[in-house]
Structure formats: structure tokens, C-alpha cells
Design a protein around this ligand. Structure first.
Ligand SMILES: Nc1ncnc2c1ncn2[C@@H]1O[C@H](COP(=O)(O)OP(=O)(O)O)[C@@H](O)[C@H]1O
Ligand SMILES: N[C@@H](CCC(=O)OP(=O)(O)O)C(=O)O
Length: 371
């Protein structure tokens, strides 16, 4: 944990920054950021990277000066450039004895509950084994319908997936300015605000730079999305020699957007608002108590019976011993698996299943109590 109390952070590095204004990958920047993340990792902070740069690196490799308009050329540039990007991060973190893991996602992967849970498990496993996940959009297969479009939103989704404390968005400006500094040199830094405050958007109408896709508007959208899972967002300039180190330590200058309000309420409301359940589990008294009084996850040990047919990621009902519905939630296991592990202590799961699965049958973040 950092002096500021951070446990897990997502760091998003935008195209404008990582490509040195379009001159190919900024390798010294990558070395510097990796060294600073490695130092934070040594202090017990888990870090997930979201790195742009594939298209810009592909453009540099091909000698293209303008970002292609057509999807197939963009995809070609991304495929060519992603090679260099992965290699650059792998080499840089490797010098600090850290493994990196390339994770390419599309929006489709997280809109689907099952795949969302799979992506989440994989990212958490990578962190558990001490690796640094480096996420980018899977541009080669992303069509408009399944595209995040910019990596700011992908950063927010990553923060949600791993339940990060914060999302650090490094760009080529000091943060959110009162106006686009490329157009208005008198613009000044807005140092703090509340994520999701519509008033902030008035400052951010300027669009993106030549290489980036998002601009400030998507960074504000990302902050609002990250706040729904309780994460704050810091928008800042990543170019200073200690910029990321300061951000990871909680001392950087930039725009800090706080997450206020009932954090998981929106997600839990979404779960509770769904009418159909695919099955149900009957709980013992101890599990009912744990869920309703302590806000705990549902563990297999507290399940006495399983009804219906459901798959991993499906919504199921949790019932008290008298059949009363007390909660609904998204199951980490299929009905068949749930039957195998009902009543099992956590340490018995691997023997029953034949593989290492989630400890929770329903994680508390995916559980909404009946009101
Ligand atoms: N109010 C603002 N404050 C700061 N930058 C702004 C603002 N409005 C628009 N911008 C533009 O947003 C750009 C950063 O977005 P973008 O190019 O997408 O970067 P990245 O690739 O880092 O995501 C800045 O270079 C700037 O020109
Ligand atoms: N996936 C793309 C990045 C998309 C993009 O430019 O995002 P951003 O840096 O947020 O403006 C790439 O690697 O080039």
C-alpha cells in the first residue's frame, strides 16, 4: 500500500503521450513509467496498465503521417504497431524483473456478463502472480458496434473490472484546463472536481489531438464511469521525470475527480432490476446472516440446495431456508458445478471441481439484497 493508502491503481497512457507527438513510441518514456510502476509494485501497490499507441506506432512503422480514415487501414496499423508496443512494455518491465501480460479487449467482452467475469478473473490472477497486465483495445477485430473507441473508457472499465482505488490518465496536458490549451493559451488548470459533474464538460469541447481519439470529453466520461465503482480519477501530464511516481504516491498535480455517492448502488440496482432469474440456491441460516447483516459474498459452504439450470454469469435468486427470496446475484458457477460444490468449504473446492475456481459462488459486488 502507498503512503496515500492506495492498494490497486489503473494507469492509462494515451496515444498523444506514448508516441512522443507521433514520432513512434517514446521508449525512454516507457522505460521511465515502467521503472516508476515497478517501484510502486515493490511497495505493494498493484498496477494495471492501459496503453494506447498501437495505431500510432503502426503509422510510424509504415511511414504514414496521417491517421488512416478507413477501418481496414486502422486495423492494419494497429496490428503492426501492437507488436512494438507489447515488446516495448515487456522489455521495460523485464528490466525490473516483472512479467507483463498482453490483454486485448473489445466492448463485447465486457458487455457480456460471462466474458466480463472471465476478464475479471484473468486480470485478478495476473495481479495475484505479480504480473503487470498491459491492456489495449483489440483493434484488429473491433468494428464500430463493439468498439470502445478510445482508451479512456477502456481505462474506466479496467478500473471497474479490478475494483481499483483510482484511475490515473496520463496525457500531454496538465489536466482538464478551462479551455483547450491548443486553442487558448490563457487556459488554466482545474485542479479538482466531482466525477460526473456536467459543468466540467463545458471546458472540454475542444476534441482530441492529432493522434488521440478521445480528447478531454472521453476522459470526463471515463471518470464518471470509474466513479460508479468507487474509483477516483486523476488527469495529468505524464511527461515530467517523476510524473507517474508522484501520481502513484498521491502527490501529483493535475485534475482530481472524486467519486462521491453510493458506489455500487447503480450496479446493484441493475442486478435487482432484472426480472428473470435462471435458477436459485437455498441458503442455510449462517449464509443468510452473512449476506443480510455483514454484506458478505455467498460462499458455496452456505448453500444447501440448487434449483434450475443456469450458467456462469447468469442471474440467480438466493433463498432463505423458508423459501423467502433474500437476494439476487450473478453466479460464478453453472448449476451443475454449484450442485457439486454446495456445502463445501473453500479449501475443498479444487478437489470437487478438478480446477481452481472462484472462492465465492456469488461475489458481493454482484449481489443485490431484496429490499
Ligand atoms: N479543456 C481541455 N483541457 C485540456 N485539454 C483539452 C481540453 N479540451 C480539449 N483538449 C485536448 O485534448 C487533448 C488530449 O486528448 P487526446 O488527444 O485524446 O489525448 P490522449 O491520446 O492522451 O488520450 C489535448 O492535447 C487537448 O488538445
Ligand atoms: N487502441 C488504440 C488507442 C485508441 C486511442 O487513441 O485512445 P486514446 O489514447 O485514449 O486517444 C491504439 O492502441 O492505437
Amino acid at each position: 500500500m502507498s503512503a496515500a493508502g492506495y492498494r490497486r491503481l489503473v494507469v492509462k497512457i494515451g496515444s498523444a503521450l506514448i508516441t512522443n507527438g507521433g514520432r513512434g513510441l517514446d521508449r525512454s518514456g516507457i522505460e521511465r513509467w515502467a521503472a516508476q510502476v515497478a517501484a510502486a509494485r515493490a511497495n505493494g501497490i498493484e498496477v494495471v496498465m492501459v496503453s494506447s499507441g498501437a495505431v500510432a506506432e503502426g503509422m510510424a512503422r509504415m511511414g504514414w503521417t496521417e491517421r488512416p480514415e478507413s477501418l481496414d487501414r486502422l486495423q492494419a496499423a494497429a496490428a503492426i504497431g501492437q507488436m512494438g508496443l507489447t515488446q516495448a512494455w515487456g522489455d521495460a518491465f523485464g528490466r525490473h524483473g516483472l512479467h507483463t501480460a498482453q490483454v486485448l479487449l473489445t466492448h463485447d467482452d465486457v458487455a457480456n456478463r460471462r466474458r466480463y467475469l472471465n476478464a475479471r478473473s484473468t486480470l485478478l490472477s495476473l495481479l495475484a502472480v505479480g504480473a503487470i497486465p498491459v491492456i489495449n483495445e483489440n483493434d484488429t477485430v473491433a468494428t464500430d458496434e463493439i468498439r470502445f473507441g478510445d482508451n479512456d473508457r477502456l481505462g474506466a472499465v479496467a478500473a471497474q473490472l479490478v475494483e481499483a482505488d483510482g484511475l490515473i490518465i496520463l496525457t500531454d496536458q496538465p489536466g482538464l484546463m478551462t479551455a483547450d490549451p491548443r486553442k487558448d493559451p490563457t487556459a488554466t488548470l482545474i485542479e479538482s472536481g466531482e466525477a460526473g459533474d456536467p459543468a466540467l464538460r463545458l471546458h472540454a469541447a475542444g476534441g482530441a489531438g492529432r493522434l488521440g481519439r478521445g480528447g478531454m470529453l472521453t476522459k470526463l466520461d471515463a471518470a464518471a464511469l470509474a466513479a460508479r465503482s468507487g474509483a477516483w480519477t486523476l488527469l495529468m501530464d505524464g511527461r515530467g521525470p517523476d510524473a507517474l511516481a508522484q501520481a502513484l504516491a498521491g502527490t501529483a498535480r493535475g485534475t482530481r475527480l472524486s467519486a462521491k455517492g453510493a458506489v455500487l448502488a447503480a450496479r446493484k440496482r441493475w442486478i435487482a432490476g432484472r426480472l428473470r432469474v435462471a435458477g436459485s440456491v437455498r441458503l442455510d441460516r449462517g449464509a443468510v446472516q452473512a449476506l443480510t447483516c455483514n454484506g458478505s459474498s455467498l460462499l458455496p459452504v452456505g448453500v444447501i440446495a440448487v434449483s434450475g439450470e443456469f450458467r456462469r454469469g447468469d442471474l440467480i435468486a438466493c433463498e432463505a431456508p423458508d423459501g423467502r427470496r433474500i437476494a439476487t446475484g450473478l453466479s460464478n458457477y453453472s448449476a451443475e458445478e454449484a450442485r457439486q460444490i454446495a456445502g463445501c468449504a473453500s479449501q475443498e473446492l479444487v478437489d470437487r471441481l478438478g480446477y481452481v475456481g472462484d472462492v465465492e459462488l456469488i461475489h458481493r459486488d454482484n449481489l443485490a439484497l431484496e429490499t
